[in-house]
Each structure stands twice: as structure tokens, then as C-alpha cells.
Design a protein around this ligand. Structure first.
Ligand code: ZN
Length: 300
């Protein structure tokens, strides 16, 4: 069976090509997956928009209603980084539904990936930092509510700290949040995860994967995880506009191999989400995001 990939064409909300958020990476990622033979028959799954009761497991009811009715206050829209119009609202609901679907597919097949998701700056009360709804927090709480999982691990190696995920899940003992990020990157005011590792600027491949290896071993001893959500943000890359950790393509691949290989060797399901990536060379950026799918397909 091919790697199960969750995708929806409306993940792309059609921003102008010069927008700070490189929206065109979503269709270009699909193009890259097709070119690599990863999006063939039996591979693609289409999500439904996440319904309000799911979203309200993680977010304040008032904020969910604002997003669904496209009436988010301007002050919050500024923190998110774009206005929440009907396309952005739908995209946020679909990306969240997509991570829930990918999580269910991972539980069934061992591994699955969403071509969106990893919106880790969205906090309980509001969105921020290009993130409207926190898909991983919602999916974790949906699985717990349904009894599909009892212990959830969130591994977040996007270059930015997972403040929103920590905010939402800080009081949830059944979810362990781990964030490894650049210490000088956004957000300036971090919200403590269960485990935070802050790395200095210019860390590079070797030091990065060495550190990660040690932490993964430690995480496996803490509990028997029913599922791992893996935020594989590629903004750790040397050519990323926002990241400062200076990883190469090989470093990205080694990182994804290390995380996915570690948990799959233990028989733990892995749900991959793409996380952040910011580059004016969007085809190159899409190719970086495709590495997650290339690596994951080796474990499908
Ligand atoms: Zn990021």
C-alpha cells in the first residue's frame, strides 16, 4: 500500500504571489509528490472541513465562531498575518480536518501525512503567526475524546517554538509536547512545552541530529505513545527566510529519517504534518517539504 497522503486543493487560499506567506507551496508540493510517484492511485485522501465541536475542543468557542463566520477582530487578524476571509476560513477548517484524517490513517496503517498542518502558533483563545486553528492540538483532543488514543506525543521540530500547542495542551496530561527550535526565532514570548530545546543560530546538520537522537531516546522512555504527531517544518533550512538553524537538504532528510525511523521501529503510528517553510523560491521550498513524504513512503 502506498503512503497515505491527505490533501485538498483548497489548502491553497490563493494569496498574491508576493504575500509573506508562500501559499503557492501547497499546489507545488502536490506537483512535487506527483513527480516523485507518491500521489498515484490509492495514495490520496480528501478531508472534510473540521466541524465546530472538534475545533472547540482546542479553541475558545467565541474564536471558533469568529473564524467560521469570518468576523475575526482586526487586531487578531494582524497577529495571524492575514485577514480571515471565506477562503482562509475554509482552508483552516480543511487543514485541521486533514490532520484528524491523517491521524486516523496513521493509526490504521502505521504512518500517514497531511500536505498541510502544523499550525502550532494558534493558541486556545486566538490564532497567530500565520496559524488560524491548531490542527495538531485539535486532532490530539479528538483522538482522546473518541478513545482512539490514550497517550499522545507531539514532536515539533519546526524552527519556531510550538507556543500555541503548549498553550492549548499545557493542562492535558495525556499529551506530551516537545518543541525543538531556534532560540532567537519567533515567538519572542514562548509558552513552555513539556520539553523545550532551544538551539543557537547556525546549529547545522551534525549538531542538530546528534541532539535530536538523544532526545528521541529519552521521549520513548517516558510513556508508551499511541501516536506521534510529527511537525516537520522545513524552516530550519539554511535558505529559509525566517529560520536560523542552517540545515541542508541532507540534514532535513536525516532528521525526518531519524524521527520517523525511531518511532516506526517501536511500532508507534506517526502522523506527519508539513509545518513552516518560507522562501521566495517556492519550487525549492515545495521540494524541501516533499522530503517528509519521500522518507515517510519508505515506512508505508
Ligand atoms: Zn515555523
Amino acid at each position: 500500500m502506498p503512503l497515505q497522503i491527505v490533501h485538498h486543493p483548497d489548502y491553497d487560499a490563493g494569496f498574491a504571489t508576493n504575500h509573506r506567506f508562500p501559499m503557492s507551496k501547497y499546489p507545488l508540493l502536490m506537483e512535487a509528490l506527483r513527480a516523485r510517484g507518491l500521489a498515484g492511485p490509492g495514495a490520496l485522501n480528501t478531508p472534510e472541513p473540521a466541524p465546530a465541536p472538534w475545533l472547540k475542543l482546542a479553541h475558545a468557542a467565541a474564536y471558533v465562531d469568529q473564524v467560521l463566520s469570518c468576523s475575526v477582530p482586526e487586531k487578531i487578524e494582524r497577529e495571524i498575518g492575514f485577514p480571515v476571509d471565506p477562503r482562509v476560513s475554509l482552508r483552516a477548517q480543511l487543514a485541521t480536518g486533514g490532520t484528524v484524517l491523517a491521524a486516523r490513517l496513521a493509526l490504521r496503517h502505521g504512518i500517514a501525512c497531511n500536505t498541510a498542518g502544523g499550525s502550532h502558533h494558534a493558541r486556545r483563545a486566538q490564532g497567530a503567526g500565520f496559524c488560524t486553528f491548531n490542527d495538531v492540538a485539535v486532532a490530539s483532543l479528538v483522538l482522546l475524546a473518541e478513545g482512539a488514543a490514550q497517550k499522545v506525543l507531539a514532536v515539533d521540530v519546526d524552527v519556531h517554538q510550538g507556543d500555541g500547542t503548549a498553550d492549548i495542551l499545557g493542562d492535558e496530561p495525556r499529551v506530551f509536547t516537545f518543541s525543538m527550535h531556534g532560540e532567537r526565532n519567533y515567538p519572542t514570548r514562548k509558552i513552555a512545552s513539556d520539553l523545550d530545546i532551544a538551539l543557537p543560530d547556525g546549529t547545522g546538520d551534525a549538531a542538530y541530529v546528534e541532539r535530536l537522537d538523544t532526545i528521541l531516546r529519552d521521549l520513548s522512555t517516558r510513556a508508551h505513545w499511541d501516536i506521534v504527531f510529527y511537525n516537520a517544518g522545513v524552516d530550519v533550512h539554511a535558505e529559509d527566510r525566517l529560520g536560523r538553524l542552517a540545515l541542508s537538504d541532507n540534514g532535513l532528510r536525516a532528521r525526518d529519517e531519524m524521527v520517523i525511523g525511531h518511532f516506526r521501529a517501536l511500532g508507534i503510528p506517526v502522523c506527519g504534518v508539513i509545518g513552516g517553510g518560507y522562501s521566495t523560491d517556492v519550487p525549492a521550498l515545495a521540494a524541501r517539504h516533499a522530503i517528509l513524504f519521500e522518507v515517510a513512503s519508505g515506512y508505508a
